[in-house]
Design a protein around this ligand. Structure first.
Ligand SMILES: [Zn+2]
Ligand SMILES: [Zn+2]
Length: 347
C-alpha cells in the first residue's frame, strides 16, 4: 500500500459514512468532498500516489477492493450484499442481524429505521430518486416476536459466545456468571412467548424462520453451557473451612498440658493446627478438629468450636453460617458484601 495505514483508515471511515447517505458517487466527487474535510491527509496521500494520481489510486486500489461497493459505468454504488448492513455498511455478525423483505440485512432495528427514512428522503428528491430501493418490513404475524427476541438475542449471544468459545478458569466468578447465563437463556427461550415458533419449526414466514434460528442458536449454547457448568462444578475446590477452637489448654498444669501437646505433635505436623493465641486454635481439617476436641474431652477441659468459611470471592472468613445463609447458585457460601454484590451484579 502506498498510503499509510492511518490515512487509509481515516479515508475509509469517512467514505463509509459518506456512502451511507450518498449511496453512489464518482471517485472525483468523493475526492473533492474528502479533501474539504481532510486537507493535510489528502496532501499526504497525493504525495505518496504521485505516479498514478490519488483519484486513480482510490478507484483502482481502494474502492475496487471494498466489499460493499461496486462500479456501475464508472460510478461507485453501495453494494452491501448479505455480509454488510444495508444502511450503515458495517460488517454484519453471522447471527445477530435483521432483514427486510427486499433482501437487505441490518445490524439492528435502528439501522433498518434509518434506511426507511433515508429511502423516503431519496424518493422525495428528484435528482436522487433513482437511488431509492424498496424497503419493506417483514410484517407477518411473528414480526413483533422476532424483534423482541432479537433484542434479547443480541444481549445474550455475546455473553454465551464468550464462555462457549474458550476455556475459562473454574473460578467462583465464572461459575456464578455461567449459572446466571443459563438462567437468563432459559427465561427467554422457554418463556412461552415463542411456543408457536418452536412448534412450527419456523415454517410460517420469514420472521418465524429467523426467530426459530435465534431460538435454536440459544438452545445450542444452553446445552454447551450446561456441560461447561458440570465440568466447572467438578473442577472447583471444596470451600475452605476453618474451625476455631476456643479452649483452656493454658490453664492445665504444665505436665498435663505438655503431654497433650506432645500427643498432638506426634500425630500432626506443624501447620495442621495453628495456635492463634494460647486459647484459640485454628484448624482447617475436620478430622484434626475432632481429634483435638477428643483430647480436651479426655482431660475434661471446656472448649467451644466455631466453624467459619472463607468467602469464595474475597476469601475473607465468614461466620454466621448457621443464621445467615448467603448461599450462591453454585452452593458455595459468600460473605455479606460479596453476596450483596453477587445478587445485584450477577442476578
Ligand atoms: Zn447497520
Ligand atoms: Zn466476600
Amino acid at each position: 500500500m502506498k498510503i499509510s495505514k492511518k490515512d487509509y483508515n481515516t479515508f475509509m471511515d469517512w467514505a463509509q459514512k459518506y456512502f451511507r447517505k450518498a449511496r453512489e458517487a464518482t471517485s472525483d466527487t468523493v475526492l473533492e468532498k474528502f479533501q474539504k474535510e481532510y486537507r493535510t491527509a489528502t496532501k499526504r496521500m497525493k504525495k505518496h500516489t504521485k505516479n498514478i494520481g490519488l483519484k486513480a489510486y482510490i478507484g483502482r486500489h481502494i474502492f475496487r477492493n471494498s466489499p460493499w461497493l461496486k462500479s456501475v459505468k464508472g460510478i461507485w454504488q453501495v453494494n452491501p450484499g448479505e455480509d454488510f448492513c444495508a444502511y450503515c455498511l458495517n460488517e454484519l455478525d453471522k447471527e445477530i442481524y435483521l432483514f427486510d423483505l427486499n433482501d437487505h440485512y441490518y445490524c439492528d432495528y435502528e439501522c433498518m429505521e434509518e434506511m426507511f427514512s433515508l429511502m423516503s428522503e431519496l424518493e422525495d428528491d428528484e435528482e436522487k430518486q433513482h437511488l431509492a430501493v424498496e424497503v419493506e418490513e417483514p410484517w407477518d404475524s411473528y414480526w413483533s416476536d422476532c424483534q423482541m427476541l432479537f433484542d434479547q438475542f443480541r444481549d445474550l449471544k455475546p455473553d454465551s459466545r464468550y464462555y462457549v468459545s474458550k476455556e475459562v478458569e473454574a473460578t467462583a466468578e465464572n461459575h456464578l456468571d455461567i449459572l446466571l447465563l443459563i438462567q437468563r437463556i432459559k427465561h427467554v427461550i422457554y418463556s412461552g412467548v415463542y411456543d408457536s415458533v418452536w412448534m412450527n419449526g419456523g415454517h410460517d414466514g420469514p420472521s418465524a424462520w429467523h426467530t426459530y434460528q435465534m431460538l435454536q442458536s440459544l438452545e445450542k449454547d444452553l446445552e454447551k453451557l450446561q456441560e461447561l457448568e458440570e465440568k466447572m462444578k467438578d473442577k472447583r475446590e471444596p470451600q475452605k473451612v476453618v474451625y476455631r477452637i476456643w479452649n483452656f489448654a493454658s490453664t492445665l498444669p504444665e505436665k498435663r498440658s505438655r503431654s497433650m501437646f506432645n500427643r498432638l505433635r506426634r500425630k500432626y505436623k506443624c501447620g495442621e493446627f495453628k495456635e492463634v493465641n494460647a486459647s484459640l486454635w485454628d484448624v482447617e481439617d475436620e478430622a484434626v478438629m475432632q481429634y483435638i476436641v477428643g483430647c480436651f474431652k479426655d482431660v475434661r477441659l471446656p472448649y467451644s468450636v466455631e466453624k467459619q468459611l472463607y468467602c469464595e470471592l474475597c476469601e475473607k472468613p465468614y461466620s454466621n453460617i448457621e443464621t445467615n445463609y448467603n448461599r450462591g447458585k453454585d452452593d458455595y457460601y459468600y460473605c455479606d458484601d460479596c453476596y450483596r454484590y453477587y445478587k445485584d451484579g450477577f442476578k
